[in-house]
Ligand binder design. Sequence first.
Ligand SMILES: NC(=O)c1ccc[n+]([C@@H]2O[C@H](COP(=O)([O-])OP(=O)(O)OC[C@H]3O[C@@H](n4cnc5c(N)ncnc54)[C@H](O)[C@@H]3O)[C@@H](O)[C@H]2O)c1
Length: 341
Amino acid sequence: MQGIQGKAPRRIIVTGGAGFIGSNFVHWVIEHQPDVRVTVLDKLTYAGNRENLSGIPRDRMAFVQGDICDADLLEELFSQADAVVHFAAESHNDNSIADPEPFIRTNVEGTYRLLEAARKHDVRFHHISTDEVYGDLALDDPARFTEETPYRPSSPYSSTKAASDMLVRAWHRTYGVRATISNCSNNYGPRQHIEKFIPRQITNILCGIRPKLYGDGLNVRDWIHAEDHSSAVWAILSRGRLGETYLIGADGERSNGEVLRAILEGMGKAPDDFDWVRDRPGHDRRYAIDSTKLRRELGWRPCHTDFAEGLASTIAWYRENGAWWMAAKEAVEAKYARQGQ
Ligand SMILES: NC(=O)c1ccc[n+]([C@@H]2O[C@H](COP(=O)([O-])OP(=O)(O)OC[C@H]3O[C@@H](n4cnc5c(N)ncnc54)[C@H](O)[C@@H]3O)[C@@H](O)[C@H]2O)c1
C-alpha cells in the first residue's frame, strides 16, 4: 500500500509490555535503541508481571498499570506518543476454550479502542498478531503460510486475533491510520508463563513432575526465540511499509514430541520420561511460516538459529528464577488436571 514511513519513533507505548513477548521487546528496545523512551501500558492480568521489567532505568521507561479498553487513559497516553506497539492480549488457547469472553473484550474491543486513539492522535500503530489466524496445515503438506494465505482461525483465541487484524486493516484503509501488522510463529525464551508448552514441561521436570504431551505429539509448531521476534518488530516499526502485513518466522518447525525430547535431553532425562495426555479440542496440526517478505524487504535475519542452544538458555533461566514461577505452578497444574491434561 503506502510508501515507507518517515523517521523511527522516539516515544513508544508498548501495550502488554509486562507479559512474555512484550517484556522481551521492551528489554530489546532499551538495549538496542538508546534514543527511544518506552511507556508500558499493562493491566497486569495473571499473565503480566511487573518483575519482567526490572532493571530498566526510570529515564528510559514509564510503567502504567491500566486497561487498553480504558478510552480516557488512552487519550492521555496517546497525546504524548509517536507510536504504539500492541502486544496486549489474552493469549492462551486453552483459556479461550474454557471462557472466550475476556478474549473478545481485550483482543477485539481493546484493539478497537487503541485504533481510535491512534486515529485521533495520528500515532503510528504496529499490531502484534499470530500465525494461528491462518488455521493449520496438514503434516504432509509442503506449503507454508505467506501474507496471502486466507484467514481460517480455529479457536476462540485465534478468531479474536483474526478479528483484531481485520480492524487494523480497516482503520488503515478507511481512516488512514499509519498501521502495520506482524503475524509471528510460536515464541520461546525467558519470562514465558508456565501455562505454555515449553515452560510447563521445563518447570514440571524442575518440580519432579513428569512432563505431559498432548494427543499423539506430532503437532508441529514453528519456533522462534522472543529476541528474534523483537528485532523483527523493530524492523517493521521503523522501516516497514504502511498498510502492510509481515510474517515473522525463523524456520524452526518441530513437532511437540521433538521439542519435549529436546527438553528431556537438555535436562538429563530419558527420552520416554513423560506422560501422554488428552488432546486439546480443535488442536491445530501444523503451523509453518514463510518469512521471505520480511527478509527480502527489510533485511531481517534471526540470531538464535541453534534451537538446542536457545532451549538450554531458556532452561537455565527457569532453573535460576524459581521465585518467578513457583507460586503459580500448583494452580496451573490443577487447571490442566481438571482438563485431563
Ligand atoms: N506466545 C506466542 O508464541 C505468540 C506468537 C505470536 C503472537 N503472539 C502475540 O503476542 C502478544 C503477546 O503474547 P504473550 O505470549 O507475550 O502474551 P502474555 O499472555 O504473556 O502477555 C499478555 C500481556 O498483556 C497484558 N494484558 C492482557 N489484557 C490486557 C488489557 N485488557 N489491558 C492491558 N494489558 C493487558 C497482560 O497483563 C500481559 O502482561 C499477543 O498479542 C499474542 O497474540 C504470541
